[in-house]
Design a protein around this ligand. Structure first.
Ligand code: COA
Length: 193
């Protein structure tokens, strides 16, 4: 399976005020990211938060997808049927049958990255995709001058904590009762490049 990445912010797709500030393709892709988020994440954002982050200066919206995606009738997470090849190419280089595997949202300020969300679709977890996304983003941003990578994670989220430790993140603080939904503590982690 060939894995590809695209960053929605880097595409500079035309923004239009008619559609909440986004072009129709961005709107569609954000919608698919939101589906994966709702299916897999423990800390739920509402849809508006995705839009707000997309507009924020310094944010990044990385989509991880496979070209050997679903056949017709299969998983339709990224079935771009309402678009034509002309809409998709050449800007996106993403095929109509491509399958979104996961996504990564962050924002950069000065020489810091703040990781806001990393999620792999449920059926694709524990296959190395989270590691690939995180290491790809860290490498690219380190080369661009980012020196500190910060994140918060629930103390119960063992898979995510293991992923971060595997990629060299260290715990530097415990934030008590950080999560409003259940009062859970957060581990604050950092990686220095
Ligand atoms: C956390 C998450 C992104 C990890 O992505 P992934 O593709 O499943 O992770 P990988 O397959 O790359 O695994 C990387 C490491 O994470 C750990 N890991 C992955 N799945 C695990 C599991 N079910 N239990 C324990 N550790 C696990 C392992 O240490 C693994 O390294 P190894 O394969 O060398 O043992 C994914 O589980 C996910 O989307 N979870 C829901 C959303 C979420 O909680 N995001 C984090 C918010 S802070």
């Amino acid at each position: 399976m060939k894995i590809n990445f695209l960053d929605l912010k880097e595409l500079n797709l035309p923004f239009s005020d008619d559609n909440g500030g986004k072009d129709i393709l961005t709107e569609y892709l954000i919608g698919r990211m939101f589906d994966i988020h709702m299916e897999s994440s423990q800390t739920l954002w509402d849809r508006k938060m995705f839009d707000e982050e997309l507009k924020r200066e310094g944010s990044g919206f990385l989509i991880c997808y496979s070209d050997s995606g679903a056949a017709d009738g299969g998983d339709n997470r990224l079935t771009l049927k309402k678009f034509t090849e002309k809409d998709i190419y050449p800007a996106l280089k993403i095929e109509l049958k491509s399958l979104i595997l996961g996504f990564f949202i962050y924002y950069n300020v000065l020489d810091e990255m703040h990781i806001l969300d990393i999620t792999v679709s449920k059926e694709m977890q524990s296959k190395g995709i989270g590691s690939l996304m995180l290491s790809t983003v860290i490498k690219k941003n380190s080369e661009a001058g980012i020196k500190h990578f910060f994140l918060e994670v629930r103390t119960s989220n063992i898979a995510a904590i293991n992923l971060y430790k595997k990629l060299g993140f260290k715990i530097f603080m415990l934030r008590k009762k950080y999560y409003e939904d259940n009062g859970e503590d957060a581990l604050c982690m950092v990686k220095e490049s």
